[in-house]
Design a binder for this molecule. Structure first.
Ligand code: GAL
Length: 933
């Protein structure tokens, strides 16, 4: 997750949201004049956006959250979405800010929500974000209230349409943060670190900090910038004196020259940090608290060089490296698009195991992927979703760059994927503008588009870009290179080959495809063929295989009842298909050998079995039960194929290099399932409420051999505060629920994902009928504390109005109030001070009026006035509910009578009786609370 440990003022907003999937209409229920009038005003939003809306019957959910994944599969759903129906919904979270937060900049940061979001705070529209894959921030400083008032955040999500042609889920599926900053602070994503290699091992380090003054007063400040290595400060930049006008920002540039830096590379991805502090200078006689005075931001970065050349391909730190990449969508089995950080980390480690060095975020950006790839040493093609050069999309593109440019892992930006306008003049103009937008912010990385045509046109987007990405059609690489020898080329999408894990026969009728790499999309190639085309051409900088993992939706070449893809090198859980073994021997240097064959008890003796021996050794030898069948020179790329008569026993392959045994692999016939072997993706968990672990369950016989035909129903019983958040087994044809405490094994494998919500003990008992229990205890440790913003249940009543003048006599509380009258009764909020109207007007009466809605959650409600001054009389629905005449200051608590109706006409009459202060009024927000202590 985001880098928060060292970062004061950042709070996680992932906990305790209210959610409901609903038909969306935020128009006022009634169409009376006052409804329409109020709705047209700031803070006048209606429905779930309203502070007083009753969400007590809604579900409580935790982020990241994808509400679609929990639904059933239905043929009514879109094939592209994996036959789950999307829809529309609302999220609400009520939270408090302290009095000490007054004057700070308050930001919300959304890492991604799907798809169209409209965000309200306290009934006030503050942001429309119609791009489901982009991160953004919302400055809510002007709209929030402070203790004791409560803030109501409401997010409307419209997800009934689509932005992509794959599974997109729906909801707030990435993290949300609340950031509190001093009024003069470093802007959101406002530190850009740019290392440039000079000669003789020297590096120029340029830092660009955007200091923003969110409020009116001009300010002077000191900027302190330091460089950290492994958490230790190693260099202080000279302090800078900066002046920034109110409601404005300045960009402050600093630079230095360093030597002896440790480079970021794929094996040892060294990261450094820049910490920037800005300290506002108080004006004469002004005292600033530390929190209002100082702001701090720390960013990670790395020292590395990249170059993309049209003849020689890609270079990292001066080494010519072929990009061995995978395209990946973001969803994972069981959790849909709400993928926890730990699962993303697991997936990228799985890809690294195959010798992969690159990851294409297909077809959208993802901020957490960049953090992980920085850490694990993986290069990234960061991709923009919507191809357009209109101001809105350019703003999204800027957001992508702001988020990506400090990450050493990011080596290239892709601005589109397979766009019909790619080969047109219009496409060229659009691409030019987008590339320019990117280069103004980051000119250190090439910008390309991923084309499926149009790249040989004389006018088209290719002429506006730094490089071309070609999807499929490898036979056109040479043609392109001949025509445009100066344009670098990356095979941005290759393969699209099909496989089902554990299957060794193709049965199209039952949507089953074998693991022999012999079937691909008509526009694609087999894994082996695709890599041959790329690897044999130096000018092709590398390949991004479609795909690293199966994903939901797009079940090409099938339709219902298939619900997931067959493209993955790993299945949707991250269990390896045989394609993994092909990449290991094609991509890795260390000697490897692997037999691809079905060698189990279902086979009849003498039945001929297809066997592929994948190896990067020079020679291979195949034997059955120690009888050598054949020894031969290996065939690069296509590997070696044999037909072997099955016999019970061991099938063994040995690989030789220079005549010496370098690698071996054998298949033995497994017996019956005896127990469930459990492998966890991590050895321990943090107790910070966000950490997750993948639990892989594999059926084995009594000798520990995997049992590939096991399909038992496995149960996951979790003890303590952890919870199963999703289950899967990698079967693209399975309609079992994703959200359950059980899952059938598919070819002997199943998976559960567990999230630790803070428990100190995470124990899971895993069992299947007739098979002994496997108990897994995952150690939990403390130390990494995410500060959370807790949700509160108190309701602050809004919509109060006050009669425009004071009266001499006690008014009639049965008075008719014309609901359209917004002038005799003026809107009023209560913010810690008495109303001016009363000042000096002893014995006069003021009238306050509201219609108060009570939620139907079954709890007894109290109307609570934390601070009301003067003599007070309260009427609810014409009945006197309270009278306070014995004192003139302090709080007032009133139990609300039980009534069928949940709307109460409330009159509060205040008589200014404060002979000392001569003040009266309602001085703090009026609340509805469940209990009073
Ligand atoms: C490509 C496309 C991908 C995916 C793939 C399947 O054309 O870019 O998103 O649909 O085909 O083969």
């Amino acid at each position: 997750m985001k880098y928060y440990n060292d970062q004061p003022g950042i709070y996680c907003m992932n906990r305790e949201w209210r959610f409901r999937e609903v038909e969306i209409s935020d128009l006022p229920a009634g169409r009376k004049h006052d409804d329409v009038y109020d709705y047209s005003k700031a803070a006048g939003a209606k429905g779930p956006a309203e502070s007083s809306f009753d969400d007590s019957e809604w579900e409580t959910v935790e982020l990241p959250h994808d509400w679609v994944v929990q639904k059933d599969f239905t043929p009514k759903g879109l094939l592209n979405h994996g036959y789950k129906m999307r829809g529309n919904g609302w999220y609400r979270k009520k939270f408090r800010l302290g009095e000490e937060d007054m004057g700070k900049q308050i930001l919300l940061e959304f890492e991604g929500l799907s798809s169209k979001a409209t965000i309200y705070i306290n009934g006030l529209l503050c942001k429309r974000q119609f791009y489901g894959y982009n991160s953004f921030s919302v400055d809510i400083s002007d709209f929030v209230c402070f203790y004791p008032a409560v803030n109501q955040l409401a997010v409307k999500i419209e997800a009934d349409a689509w932005e992509g042609w794959w599974y997109e889920g729906a909801g707030i599926y990435r993290n949300v943060w609340l950031v509190k900053k001093a009024p003069v602070h470093i802007e959101y994503q406002g530190v850009y670190v740019k290392p440039t290699e000079m000669q003789d091992g020297l590096w120029k380090l340029e830092i660009e900090t955007t200091v923003e003054n969110s409020f009116g007063k001009n300010r002077e400040l000191w900027l302190e910038t330091a460089l950290y290595e492994s958490g230790k400060k190693i260099f202080d930049f000279p302090q800078e004196h900066v002046a920034v006008e109110g409601f404005n920002h300045v960009i402050c540039k600093q630079e230095t020259v360093l030597n002896n830096v440790r480079k970021w590379n794929l094996e040892l991805p060294c990261l450094y940090e820049i910490g920037v502090r800005c300290i506002s200078l108080p004006e004469k006689d002004e005292v600033l608290s530390e929190e209002l005075e100082s702001d701090y931001l720390k960013v990670r970065f790395g020292f590395r060089t990249i170059q993309l050349d049209s003849e020689t391909g890609f270079w990292l730190n001066g080494d010519n490296i072929k990009l061995k990449g995978f395209c990946c969508h973001q969803d994972h089995a069981g959790v849909g698009v709400a993928v926890p950080y730990a699962v993303k980390e697991y997936r990228i480690s799985q890809l690294k195991k195959l010798g992969a060095n690159a990851y294409r975020c297909a077809h959208n950006p993802d901020p957490e992927i960049l953090l992980i790839c920085d850490k694990l040493g993986m290069m990234v093609m960061e991709e923009n979703r919507t191809f357009a050069s209109c101001p809105e999309v350019l703003e999204q593109v800027r957001g992508i760059v702001r988020n990506a440019r400090n990450h050493p892992s990011v080596i290239v930006y892709s601005i589109f994927n397979e766009e019909p306008l790619q080969g047109t003049q219009r496409g060229m103009r659009m691409a030019k503008r987008i590339r320019n937008t990117i280069h103004r912010m980051d000119h250190t990385r090439p910008v390309l588009g991923s084309f499926n045509g149009g790249y040989l046109e004389d006018e088209g987007a290719v002429h506006a870009l730094d490089a071309v990405g070609i999807n499929y059609n490898p036979m056109r690489y040479d043609e392109f290179h001949e025509k445009y020898p100066n344009i670098p080329l990356i095979a941005s999408e290759t393969a699209s080959a099909f496989m089902v894990r554990g299957e060794y026969r193709t049965d199209e009728e039952h949507h089953v495809i074998s693991s022999y790499d012999d079937f691909c999309a008509p526009w694609g190639n087999t894994h082996r063929d695709a890599w041959k085309w790329v690897n044999e051409r130096k000018f092709v900088a590398g390949a991004f295989v479609w795909t690293g993992f199966d994903y939901r939706g797009e079940p090409t070449p099938f339709e219902w009842p298939s619900v997931g893809t067959f493209f993955g090198t790993y299945d949707s859980c991250g269990f390896p298909k045989e394609a993994c073994e092909l990449y290991k021997v094609m991509w890795k240097k260390e000697p490897g050998i692997h037999i691809i064959a079905s060698w189990n008890k279902k086979r009849k003796a003498g039945e001929l079995q297809k066997v592929i021996v994948a190896s990067n050794c020079q020679e291979i030898e195949l034997s059955v039960n120690n009888r050598v069948l054949e020894r031969r020179k290996t065939t690069a790329y296509f590997q070696d194929e044999f037909y072997v008569a099955f016999e019970k026993g061991t099938l063994k392959a040995v690989g030789y290099i220079d005549g010496i045994k370098a690698a071996s692999h054998c298949l033995m016939v497994p017996g019956e399932i005896c127990r469930l072997k459990v492998e966890c993706s991590k050895e321990s968990l943090w107790d910070d409420g966000s950490d997750s672990v993948i639990i892989n369950v594999i059926a084995v016989d009594r000798d520990g051999l995997e049992v590939p035909d096991a399909d038992n129903l496995v149960h996951f019983d979790v003890k303590g505060g952890a919870k199963v958040i999703g289950v899967g087994n990698g079967n693209p044809n399975s309609h079992e629920p994703d959200f359950a405490l059980y899952r059938k094994l598919f070819h002997g494998h199943a998976q559960a994902i567990l999230r630790n919500f803070g428990s100190e003990h995470v124990i899971t008992e895993i069992w299947a009928e007739g098979i002994g229990k496997t108990v897994v205890e995952i150690p939990v440790h403390h130390g990494q504390m995410i500060p959370y913003i807790n949700s509160v249940s108190d309701v602050v009543t809004v919509g109060w109005r006050m009669y425009y003048r004071l009266l001499d006599e006690m008014p009639d509380v049965d008075m008719e109030i014309n609901e359209n009258d917004r002038n005799s009764f003026e809107p009023i909020e209560f913010h810690g001070r008495p109303q001016n109207e009363f000042t000096g007007k002893l014995t006069k009466y003021g009238i306050f009026y509201n219609q108060i809605k009570i939620s139907k959650d079954g709890n007894r409600k109290f109307l609570y006035f934390p601070d009301v001054r003067g003599q007070v009389y309260v009427w609810l629905n014409g009945i006197k509910a309270a009278e306070r005449t014995d004192k003139t200051t302090g709080e007032l608590k009133i139990m609300i009578p039980d009534e069928e109706d949940n709307v109460y006409r409330c009159f509060v009459i205040i008589r200014n009786q404060n002979t000392e202060s001569n003040e009266a009024g309602i001085c703090a927000p009026v609340m509805l609370v469940d209990c009073l202590v």
